[in-house]
Ligand binder design. Structure first.
Ligand SMILES: Nc1ncnc2c1ncn2[C@@H]1O[C@H](COP(=O)(O)OP(=O)(O)OP(=O)(O)O)[C@@H](O)[C@H]1O
Ligand SMILES: [Mg+2]
Length: 464
């Protein structure tokens, strides 16, 4: 224990993840968000972060790892600095936990630099300046419905919103699979509060596809304390920033950002704070914004951070306050729908509920913009006709409506796709479709080139 010469405190209470540490005087007490280390009877390090002060020179801390076997009256050693995570080349291909220690049994991480996971608030940065000097760089995903309706632009944030088991994780994985391989930059994956086995599967999937060497994995999964599930998102964005600082572009994937805010709510109630009317922590918006404002292009001309965040929607309720909060920070929102899953339409992105600021003529060009607009209009009309058909039957539709109805169904099928990472579920080989091919297919369907072909021909295919 190298931190012995610091001003030591004493553990006076342990209540699950909340640990109170007493100091002899107010000068000795550790600062807010300072990292204090304590040790269990069997020598395991417990990483604590100061959350607030209590009368009597007591620092109330949140433990990021399990406090099992931590005893009262044990010494606690303030480190004089916040929790830090390592940075640099040696991190690639490795798996670390929320406080930067390796968990892949591949030995220590040899790194010269470490960065604090909490950061003072940055100033305001504008990405789209008035002279229009900003260049938009589109990252093609090869997934038709995403490239067409929610194109991924470097330096922006995309959310994949969906209730339980609608395909958020698979869609995230497919994007990693398609983008990271041809991407020049690095990839950081943050596993926050989801199933433990998913980390394992992801590691082997990435190794098999030979993209693990550009990837850094950081986990604070559902078996871990709320402290770990909360800090892991910050650690992830810190690692991404450290790569950005070296003028490299970074893709940051988070599965699941909702769990980060949920862990924040748990910590808030553990600290005895009164929730807001919505039942969430009073600091909900500031926690979400502190995280999201760190994801951006560097104003100093360095690399960019592009994020793809899976967002769990409790009980399929899009008006959940945490979901609405996350929503407000995203540039593109893809909403997965249960109805589409029931129809087997994967990826289950609902085009009419989803929206994207990147779908703009300045970004995608006029041909793409117009085609996307036409697709959306025809799908909107289909929704109305579908209801009508349920009541009166398809034969009662007018000739013009019937043509729109049938073309819309072909479009709907065309926007499904076999995924590389879902081959086990669909029994079909994955397909990568370029944006050119997607636009071409949609335009031909809308123009009636395929009117004689059955709609089944367009289901789970690649290009038309
Ligand atoms: N593109 C796809 N093609 C075929 N099947 C899919 C696809 N996406 C999802 N599925 C099916 O849906 C199931 C759930 O997918 P996934 O684990 O990605 O959902 P999730 O939204 O991440 O769920 P959770 O909320 O539990 O994390 C998969 O096991 C698979 O059977
Ligand atoms: Mg999932």
């Amino acid at each position: 224990m190298d931190d012995e010469n610091q001003k030591t405190g004493t553990v006076i209470a342990v209540q699950g993840p909340v640990v109170d540490v007493k100091f002899s005087s107010s000068e000795d007490i550790a600062g807010i968000y300072e990292n204090i280390n304590a040790y269990t009877v069997d020598g395991k390090k417990i990483v604590l972060e100061v959350a607030e002060y209590l009368p009597g020179n007591i620092a109330r801390c949140i433990a990021v790892n399990s406090t099992f076997n931590l005893q009262r009256n044990s010494p606690a050693y303030p480190t004089g600095e916040p929790i830090k995570v390592p940075a640099g080349e040696s991190l690639y291909g490795r798996i670390i936990n929320a406080w930067g220690e390796p968990i892949d049994q591949k030995g220590d991480i040899d790194c010269s630099e470490k960065f604090p996971i909490r950061k003072p608030r940055a100033g305001v940065h504008f990405q789209r300046d008035s002279q229009g000097a900003h260049k938009f760089e589109i990252l093609e995903t090869g997934i038709k419905i995403i490239d067409l309706l929610s194109p991924m632009v470097k330096g922006t944030k995309t959310g994949i919103l969906g209730g339980a088991a609608l395909g958020k994780s698979i869609l995230t994985l497919e994007i990693i699979h398609n983008v990271v391989k041809k991407y020049r930059g690095a990839c950081v994956f943050v596993g926050a509060g989801e199933r433990i086995r998913e980390g394992n599967e992801l590691y082997f999937e990435l190794s098999r596809r030979e993209i693990i060497s550009k990837t850094i994995l950081i986990f604070g999964q559902m078996n871990e304390s709320p402290g770990a599930r909360f800090e892991v998102a910050k650690s992830g964005v810190t690692v991404a920033e450290s790569i950005q600082r070296k003028n490299q572009d970074v893709l940051l994937f988070v599965d699941n950002i909702f769990r980060f805010l949920q862990a924040g709510a748990e910590i808030s109630s553990l600290l005895g704070r009164i929730p807001s009317e919505t039942g969430y922590q009073p600091t909900l918006v500031s926690e979400a914004s502190e995280f999201h404002e760190r994801i951006r292009s560097s104003s100093a001309g360095g690399g960019s951070i592009t994020s793809v965040e899976a967002v769990y929607i409790p009980a399929d309720d899009l008006t959940d306050p945490a979901v609405v909060t996350i929503f407000s920070f995203l540039d593109s929102v893809m909403v997965l729908s249960r109805q589409r899953v029931q129809l087997g339409l994967y990826p289950a992105i609902d085009p009419l509920l989803s929206s994207s600021a990147n779908l703009d003529t300045d970004v995608v060009g006029s041909r793409h913009f117009e085609t996307a607009g036409k697709v959306l209009r025809i799908l909107q009309r289909y929704e109305e006709l579908r209801r009508l058909v349920m009541v009166i039957g398809i034969d009662e539709l007018s000739g013009g409506d019937r043509i729109i109805y049938e073309r819309a169904r072909k479009l709907q099928n065309f926007l499904t796709q076999p995924f590389f990472v879902a081959e086990a579920y669909t029994g079909k080989q994955g397909e990568y479709v370029t944006i050119e091919q997607t636009l071409d297919g949609c335009e031909k369907i809308i123009a009636g080139h395929f009117d004689r072909r059955p709609e089944g021909d367009f289901y789970l295919i690649g290009k038309a």
